[in-house]
Design a binder for this molecule. Structure first.
Ligand code: MF3
Ligand code: CO
Length: 247
């Protein structure tokens, strides 16, 4: 069931979303070659808890960390560990904060030093896919128009859309209805109502879209080993557009 949030609820949601945004900025200013993905996770844990929020991912379905830190061919749900970041890596950091009874969710892909032209373009196009996806989005937009626009932009640039993970509704739960796929047919799906809160999160691969999950049960990698990128914001559908809460 897709819930519509009241203005009071949206006001409560603003704070965890602002913390997610500020935490992503904080991490972006510090992430560098030589750091381990575990150290990135420690930055996230400290920032979120110091903000008076809880890291929603920690313990979610047994997930062992505060952030997902996904390097190069890791698409999503990279578990922070001793992997050392190197010049030329791209690193997706995905995190959620819980405060005031609500969750905020966001992700960015960071470049470590100078990266290959392909990775550089992938990161740029993945961000652009988010903004294409929300172009014209407002009350009454058919849900799958978002994915249609994301997919068109990704494929026009020679990239592919990950199929097995989607965006989602968010609120008192980290994952609520509806699922928000990054592919789809224009003009289909439910018409979104004002006050619906969703996470739009293109996950785009430089090669094929097939993924496999490693033995840890979480880490999703591209089958062809080519890099992938991720960009996510939490937003509210409004009568005349969207209000992005993690930007
Ligand atoms: N933040 C992720 C999302 O965008 C969810 C991570 S699930 C976790 O939906 F358990 F890995 F944290
Ligand atoms: Co999300």
């Amino acid at each position: 069931m897709i819930t519509v949030k009241s203005e009071e609820e949206i006001d409560l949601l603003r704070e965890p979303c602002r913390i997610v945004h500020d935490c992503l900025e904080f991490v972006g200013g510090r992430i560098r070659a030589g750091m381990t993905t575990k150290e990135v996770d420690e930055l996230v844990y400290k920032f979120i808890t110091a903000s008076g929020a809880e890291p929603s991912c920690l313990g979610y379905c047994g997930y062992p960390a505060s952030a997902c830190v996904s390097v190069n061919e890791v698409v999503v749900h990279g578990i922070p560990d001793g992997r050392v970041l190197e010049e030329g890596d791209i690193v997706s950091v995905d995190l959620c904060a819980f405060k005031n009874g609500f969750h905020g969710d966001g992700a960015r892909t960071f470049r470590i030093g100078s990266v290959s032209p392909e990775k550089d373009k992938l990161v740029r196009v993945t961000e652009a896919c988010f903004f294409r996806g929300i172009e014209g989005l407002r009350e009454g937009t058919p849900l799958y128009d978002i994915g249609y626009k994301v997919q068109r932009h990704a494929e026009e640039n020679g990239f592919s859309v990950i199929r097995s993970y989607t965006g989602h509704g968010i609120g008192r739960e980290m994952h609520e209805d509806p699922a928000v796929p990054n592919y789809g047919k224009k003009g289909t799906g439910v018409r979104l109502k004002a006050g619906t809160v969703i996470c739009v999160e293109p996950m785009i691969a430089a090669g094929g879209w097939r993924v496999k999950i490693l033995d840890d049960g979480w880490t999703a990698v591209t089958v062809d080993g080519k890099p992938a990128a991720h960009y996510e914001n939490t937003l509210v559908i409004r009568e005349d557009g969207v209000e992005i809460l993690t930007l």
